[in-house]
Design a protein around this ligand. Sequence first.
Ligand code: PEP
Ligand code: MN
Length: 333
Amino acid sequence: MIAILKHGTTPEQTKHLINWLARMELDVHVSEGAEVTVLGLIGDTSRVDMELLSSLEMVESVKRVSEPFKQANRKFHPNDTVIEVGKVKIGGGNFAMMAGPCSVESEDQIIEVAKAVKAAGANILRGGAFKPRTSPYAFQGMGGQGIDLLLKAKAETGLPIVTEIMDISTLDLFADVDIIQVGARNMQNFNLLKELGKTNKPILLKRGLANTLQELLMSAEYIMSEGNENIMLCERGIRTFETYTRNTLDLSAVSVLHELSHLPVIVDPSHATGKAKLVPPMAVAATAAGTDGLIIEVHNKPACALCDGAQSLTPAQFEELSRKVQRIREAIV
Ligand code: PEP
Ligand code: MN
């Protein structure tokens, strides 16, 4: 349930109302926008007398929120959420260009790619240290050592870093990581989501291979219900009957998620397509569709990559893509 307050309601009146609602054992989330203040009520709202609440002097209107996601819902928070990672802002008109290799492979590799993507316009460095691989015999990532190398690349370039967590037992290793990625395969690992909700780290939450947008939003809700509101939703392609591409990029997710939620939306055209030649056109299309950012795999030698070489761009290809994305952004404002 939400209560929209009248323009001009004083902070004292708002506080008084919140206290009254809290006495009904409801959690009250306050969203103060330039135009309106919205109180989002979570808990057993059947205790609330809607007519009484609507009749209060400072209350403009009261509405039930029928969707099961509440805190992630735009009705709870009409303004776009803006996530701050160091000096980089994401959402609400601020664009994140995340780029880097699928996996951290060596110090030379990650430093070289970090410098190259920064020069080409990236403002966040990606790199997997813990890798969820389909085969147990495939390269599993460098683990904690990979995170140390990402931190070295961050120190060299100043780029904030994003890297995937697979198991909550490794959380301590992520203390200096700027954005924690929850991969597609863990989107519904609810225990992991709840624990990440107790941190204040920005989370890049990827859509599961076969999950609906509502399920993605419910996973964001798991994190938010524990107190962490810094979430970016990532569309990375879903399983369909099409086999030409690795997955099928659901571009309509950008508009749907923006309509349903206030959280920033990031598109990953690398995992969505699995083919380097398809990454630039899909990145451009996602930008035109209004995404708040992109996450792109870039490798200094894609042919030698230990993971996902076929979908990785060279730094030169990334630079060209980055320029196109910039032009699209200027065209759509
Ligand atoms: C990745 O970003 O390298 C990755 C494994 O992505 P996803 O979870 O989307 O497959
Ligand atoms: Mn990958």
